[in-house]
Design a protein around this ligand. Structure first.
Ligand code: CNA
Ligand code: ZN
Length: 382
């Protein structure tokens, strides 16, 4: 494994616009007919979102090798907007054209952009995801869920505890440091998809980190597989890739053209949140509301800062968000729950009108969609 970068970064090359256009057309044709198309991504897909890579001319390791400090605050990944490339991949996934994403990125942008949890292997972890070492339960956080201990490089405890009833396990971050084993399930799934793949597109990776880089290599060396590489620097896999499918271009430029060839619109980024509101009543006028943020697969997701019944002065500021309410309610009456968010995209508070389920109690799931450009929420029951 290559743990460093030279002080003088490998040159970034730019193919001619005509070459990019030609490769985009070929790729689109291959994607249309591929039986099992996968993508392998690296830090280069996030540089246009303002997150530096490692080995590029402005990369963190290149700077370090030059004895310079990289002025990048890791929490900027929380406010980063998924790029054209991220959103193109979401559209390809939704059309069923993209079967799987294998990513080395820890910035969480693929998941935030809308790639489904069962369609991705985050081989080096996700700075928004932590898990319980005792029971395996995962938690998604709208904050950096990384080790809070400085004691040693290998201490991954985040300082939080598992919330599964009966489990008091310590939560650990999912970040894989150099020299550490890759997560087994993620690697096994990545390998399974690589073996099935007849087309793999590398986007924005120097392909220098092993064993992750065995994924694109496996496709490139297989009889039925074709490997395409879109990266600004040369990679050690140039010879394994299909000669006609190697391109030195910005991933956003290539993907814009690929999608135009396919006739598929690249959707704008929408921040999607899911919420469960459960209500239980001790009597007609005494109720308890529990508000829980969840990911698409019901993994607990912490994105709320506080919750209160609209108009009430008392807000609950810690999870689990459990609110007491004293009011006589008719079945179906709207209980207005005001949500305050962590707010990395400037999300304003939103009020969800939850229909009182009656004394028998019950729960409803809500889908919340936030347009980061208009700064407006859309709420619907799902
Ligand atoms: P790397 O070795 O830094 O390589 C990135 C490559 O992307 C370089 O070769 C660049 O030339 C190229 N590149 C940069 N911008 C673009 C662009 N717009 N279009 C096309 N190519 C571009 O990073 P890898 O991902 O290959 O290496 C794996 C490491 C980097 C993993 O362990 C990651 O966790 C780690 N990393 C991740 C992030 C992130 O999560 N965004 C950021 C920095 C490093
Ligand atoms: Zn646990």
């Amino acid at each position: 494994m290559d743990l460093t970068a030279p002080a003088i970064a490998e040159t970034e090359h730019f193919s001619s616009p005509a070459q990019t256009t030609a490769v985009a057309a070929q790729l689109a044709a291959l994607i249309r007919t591929a039986k099992h198309f996968i993508v392998y991504t690296g830090a280069g897909v996030s540089t246009s979102a303002g997150i530096p890579d490692f080995r590029g001319p402005e990369g963190a390791w290149t700077k370090r090798a030059q004895g310079k400090e990289l002025a990048f605050d890791g929490s900027k990944t929380l406010t980063a907007v998924p790029t054209t490339t991220h959103m193109a991949l979401v559209a390809l996934q939704e059309r069923g054209l993209l079967k799987y994403v294998v990513s080395q990125n820890c910035d969480g942008l693929h998941r935030r952009s809308g790639i489904m949890p069962d369609r991705i292997s985050e081989l080096h972890g996700n700075s928004n995801r932590e898990y319980c070492k005792d029971c395996g339960k995962e938690y998604i956080r709208d904050f950096r869920a990384v080790s809070s201990y400085d004691k040693s490089y290998s201490d991954h405890r985040t300082g939080r505890k598992c919330a599964v009833p009966g489990c008091t396990g310590a939560l650990h971050d999912t970040i894989i440091n150099f020299g550490e084993q890759l997560p087994k399930t993620a690697m096994t799934r990545a390998t399974t998809h690589a073996k099935k793949a007849d087309l793999c597109l590398v986007l924005g990776s120097s392909c220098r980190v092993s064993p992750a880089n065995s994924i694109p290599e496996c496709v490139g060396r297989s009889k039925k597989g074709r490997l395409a590489i879109c990266n600004l620097q040369d990679t050690p896999l140039e010879d394994v890739a299909d000669e006609k499918l190697r391109i030195h271009a910005r991933t956003d430029d290539l993907m814009t053209q690929v999608m135009a060839n396919l006739g598929i619109l690249i959707p704008p980024f929408i921040l999607r949140r899911r919420l469960i509101i459960a209500m239980a009543s001790q009597s007609r006028d005494r109720h308890q509301l529990t508000v829980t943020g969840v990911d698409v697969d019901d993994t607990p997701s912490s994105f709320l800062r506080s919750v209160k019944v609209e108009g009430s002065r008392r807000a609950v500021r810690t999870e689990p968000f459990v609110l007491g309410m004293r009011e006589e309610l008719e079945e179906g009456a709207a209980v207005k729950v005001e949500l305050e968010f962590m707010g990395h995209y400037g999300e304003p508070n939103v009020v969800v009108a939850h229909a009182y389920p009656g004394e028998a109690g019950g729960s409803s799931v809500y889908g919340l969609e936030y347009d980061v450009w208009t700064k407006e929420w859309e709420v619907r029951r799902v």
